[in-house]
Design a protein around this ligand. Structure first.
Ligand code: PLP
Length: 468
């Protein structure tokens, strides 16, 4: 596809600026550019068609089903966008005097109050700009807590092997050693491995519950009790709170701090690298270590971002929570769980769930046997789904299942969509047995077939090089 620069025709224009209604001012020649600015010259229709074409080549929640496990690609209600676009929210400056930003500060306080209520925490910061950033902030709270007590021997963070990759990465970034513990055959934390890992060097445990295979750990109270008994703290990776919000609270499970991805569960369009918010909540005894706003210069405070973080993401989360209310929040969770179980059971009998139990908001298919029978891999199935206009599920994650596809349909999908998706999975199961080559070559109807993933990640071409 041609870029706007390549479509440019000298002299063509699109006058969208109103006539200047202030006096003009001449810059001194020292600040003027020497070469003319080479911007594309296009008409409005050229630009509109260009962006519409780009839109058609992209898959988002607004285009179709997007069951990307762990990422919660739910529909983002339009009302959130309308509220986040109110001039009172978009037109503020972070250094504006306090009397002129009372409404914005009230919105932050309300969001904090509701999210503390939902997570079972006492205090919160909105500074972190993403989930991994929130993890970093939360684990630094744990580090500061131990340091403040002079307890410098606690150098290890325990992370189960089913954890999201950001968990061990976070612990390492914060200067901890990582102790990996195995999952039991039922997908939960293996209590014996946990007990063996705990000791006077344990700083804490990082856990997602429900975990990344979509199972709620039935031993959660025992797990957090054991960690506390050993002197460690419990960190809850609440990036994805979609199964539990309004139903059960991490704080009541025994966790001391948490991050929540507001861009996932609390509905901000994400996936294109757009703004996020990894709100970090904690129990009262950790609150003194929370990052404070830029004006605070308290000793020992960490500062992970400027001002109050990605404010408009917080506004969307607040709109979402207030719109759903006390009844709607748990209803969204229970519908997410219902949808995941419905889809899992509609697919079962062809591709098999890795754990044949009632799942939470997501589930993992284990294509190991299918791959042995047909030679068709989880990647081939994922690529084949693209031909049907479905976004592929998360692949090869969690690492403990080799041919994994991880599906999270979310609560915003209808029964008709779930039936449609299940039928496609069943069709592909048969196709794998009949014509494996066709699936090795998929997708057949997409803009791009099989890019060199490594090359694309290592040497992305993201800049237009002007040909003179
Ligand atoms: C998405 C996710 C993260 C990371 O969140 P980002 O906003 O992408 O940094 C961490 N943990 C879990 C369980 C997640 O699903």
């Amino acid at each position: 596809m041609e870029l706007l620069f390549e479509k440019s025709v000298s002299g063509r224009k699109c006058s969208i600026l109103p006539p200047c209604d202030v006096d003009s001012y001449q810059l001194c020649s020292c600040t003027k550019r020497e070469l003319p600015l080479d911007l594309p010259q296009l008409s409005e229709i050229d630009i509109t068609r260009h962006y519409s074409a780009l839109n058609r080549r992209t898959h988002g929640v607004n285009n179709g089903f997007y069951p990307l496990g762990s990422c919660t690609m739910k529909y983002n209600p339009r009302i959130n966008e309308e509220i986040a676009a109110l001039p009172g929210f978009t037109g503020i400056h972070p250094l504006a005097p306090a009397y002129s930003t009372e409404g914005c500060r009230e919105a932050l306080q309300l969001a904090s109050k509701y999210l503390c209520e939902i997570s079972g925490m006492d205090d919160m910061t909105f500074q972190p700009a993403a989930g991994a950033h929130g993890e970093f902030t939360g684990v630094m709270l744990i580090k500061q807590y131990h340091q403040a007590k002079g307890d410098t021997a606690r150098t290890k963070i325990i992370v189960p092997d089913s954890a999201h990759g950001t968990n061990p990465a976070t612990a390492a970034m914060c200067g901890f050693e990582i102790v990996n513990i195995a999952s039991a055959p039922d997908g939960c934390v293996d209590l014996e491995s946990l007990k063996a890992a705990l000791g006077p060097d344990t700083a804490g445990l990082m856990l997602t519950n429900p975990n990344t295979v979509g199972i709620f750990d039935k031993n959660i109270l025992e797990i957090t009790r054991l960690v506390h008994e050993a002197g460690g703290l419990c960190y809850y990776d609440g990036a994805n709170l979609n199964a539990v919000m309004g139903v059960v609270r991490p704080g009541d499970m025994g966790f001391d701090c948490i991050h929540m991805n507001l861009h996932k569960t609390f509905s901000t369009p994400h996936g294109g690298g757009g703004p996020g918010a990894g709100a970090v909540g904690c129990k009262q005894f950790l609150a003194e270590y929370l990052p404070k706003s830029a004006s605070m210069d308290g000793e020992g405070h960490i500062q992970v971002r400027s001002f109050a973080g990605n404010f408009l993401v917080v506004v969307r989360a607040l709109a979402y929570i207030m719109f759903l209310g006390k009844e709607g929040i748990p209803e969204a969770s229970t519908n997410a769980v219902l949808n995941a179980n419905y889809l899992m059971n509609r697919i079962k009998g062809t591709f098999e769930p890795a754990f044949d139990v009632t799942c939470m908001h997501e589930f993992v298919l284990d294509l190991g046997n299918f791959e042995k029978e047909t030679g068709v891999s989880a990647l081939d199935v994922a690529k084949s789904l693209i031909d049907y206009g479905m976004h592929p599920p998360t692949m090869y994650f969690p690492l403990i299942i080799h041919e994994a596809l991880m599906l999270e349909p979310t609560e915003t999908e209808s029964k008709e969509t779930l039936d449609w998706a299940a039928d496609i999975f069943r069709k592909l199961y048969d196709l794998g047995h009949e014509d494996p080559q066709y699936m090795h070559d998929a997708p057949h109807h997409a803009q791009i077939g099989r890019p060199d993933d490594t090359e694309a990640a290592r040497h992305p071409v993201v800049r237009w090089n002007q040909q003179d």
